[in-house]
Design a protein around this ligand. Structure first.
Ligand SMILES: Cc1ncc(COP(=O)(O)O)c(C=O)c1O
Length: 394
């Protein structure tokens, strides 16, 4: 059977699925997730909810209770759900161009779009890569503007010994499918800010718990692991398209993280350090192998960073070669993805234009992301590198 590696694959093992079937009363399950998360991101306050996007929405609702400002700055190329959350909170999205060095928000452009009405800036660490300059950003931005870190794609990445998630006033991440720490779904908020913590506590008191059924989750894990197994993926890839969200949802539910899923979290987080190390190792192997190929641009990554890649972004100068690489890589067994394909300007018809956001438009057109997860062996990575080399050097 021809092996096909999907673009993303959660790292469950069989015992994770069966951990859900252990007969334990939900109130007896220790909150091992919060305990471990606080060790990874050493901040005072933490809240668990049902998704990354509701985490972001709740942060915005809390900020609205502190400041009358209405604008929220986000990078022009990122998950569309951020705009949906900003609008749901009754606030205004403002787009900032990205940098073609690290593919994250461009700090120079950021200073130009901050106004008297800026409530918050969302610093998104795309693909697992830390936003350049984030360590010193707080000192350069007016204190009335809140810095929110979105590390949904970058859980586990660090700058020197500091994990992403500690650089803003508040941060959030996701445990959705395809994320570095996957628990089927879920989100988390971290902060050290007491005023914000009080508002978030009030908001959480009003929230219900998300609906969660152990048997259903157990089956989902089994199905998902089987469908994304490289030996079976060729059979399931069309079905899996339904689960790969590249467009923004219309709306979303906001709830607390289901207590029953703590059993799953307890099982999965034991392997988290090892998973991060594998993603880091695979990412740097691909980066090294692909560097120097003409016509390919790779993110430039500071030596101080420990990047837990969610996937590897590459920019193809020639879009024809991008299409060829996509199709050839699939033929030799590797799924790749162009991710969102559109800027947020296009997705939400904001009419800001390519002249103002040239890099975001370029990225949306020229991006091809490569798979990175444990299970890809050295010879698989070498096959990816050789295929890209052959196409670009032709
Ligand atoms: C950068 C970023 N922010 C936020 C989200 C939303 O997270 P969730 O899917 O858990 O709602 C995602 C999900 O893809 C994301 O990639």
């Amino acid at each position: 059977m021809i092996k096909k590696f999907p673009i993303i694959r959660p790292n469950f093992v069989l015992s994770d699925a069966f951990s859900l079937l252990r007969k334990t009363k939900s109130e007896q399950i220790p909150d091992a997730l919060s305990f471990t998360l606080k060790k990874i991101i050493p901040l005072e306050y933490l809240w668990l909810c049902n998704s990354g996007i509701s985490a972001f929405y709740l942060v915005l609702e809390a900020l609205k209770r502190i400041s009358p400002r209405e604008e929220v700055i986000i990078p022009a190329y990122t998950a569309g759900s951020l705009v949906v959350a900003i609008k749901k909170a009754g606030l205004k999205p403002v787009l900032c161009d990205i940098s073609l060095l690290d593919f994250n928000m461009d700090e120079g452009c950021l200073h130009k779009v901050i106004s008297e009405n800026t409530l918050a800036v969302v610093l998104v660490h795309m693909f697992g890569i830390p936003m350049q300059g984030i360590e010193t950003l707080r000192q350069k931005i007016p204190p009335q503007v809140f810095l929110i870190e979105d590390f949904c794609q970058a859980f586990g990445s660090r700058i020197k010994d500091k994990p992403l998630g500690v650089f803003g006033d508040v941060s959030f991440s996701s445990f959705n499918r395809g994320k570095n720490l996957c628990l089927l779904s879920g989100g988390v908020i971290f902060s050290n800010n007491l005023q914000l913590a009080e508002k978030l506590n009030q908001l959480f008191e009003q929230l219900k718990f998300e609906k969660s059924y152990d048997i259903e989750n157990c089956l989902k894990i089994l199905l998902y692991q089987t469908a994304t197994n490289p030996y079976f993926y060729a059979l399931f890839c069309n079905l899996m398209k339904e689960f790969k969200q590249t467009t923004a949802p219309k709306d979303f539910e906001v709830a607390r993280f289901a207590q029953q899923k703590m059993k799953l979290a307890q099982a999965v987080i034991k392997r988290f350090d090892a998973l991060c190390l594998e993603r880091y190792r695979i990412g740097y192997f691909l980066l090294k192998g692909l560097s120097g190929i003409s016509g390919i641009k790779l993110p430039s990554i500071s030596e101080d960073y420990f990047v837990v890649f969610n996937r590897l972004p590459t920019l193809f100068e020639d879009m024809d070669k991008l299409r060829q690489a996509k199709s050839k890589l699939w033929q030799v067994g590797f799924e790749t993805s162009q991710m969102y394909e559109y800027t947020l300007d296009e997705m939400f018809h904001l009419n800001i234009g390519q002249e103002v956001l040239p890099n975001a438009y370029y990225l949306a057109r020229h991006l091809l992301t490569l798979p990175i997860y444990p299970g890809l062996r050295k010879k698989d990575l070498e096959a990816i590198i050789a295929t890209v080399k052959k196409i670009c050097c032709h």
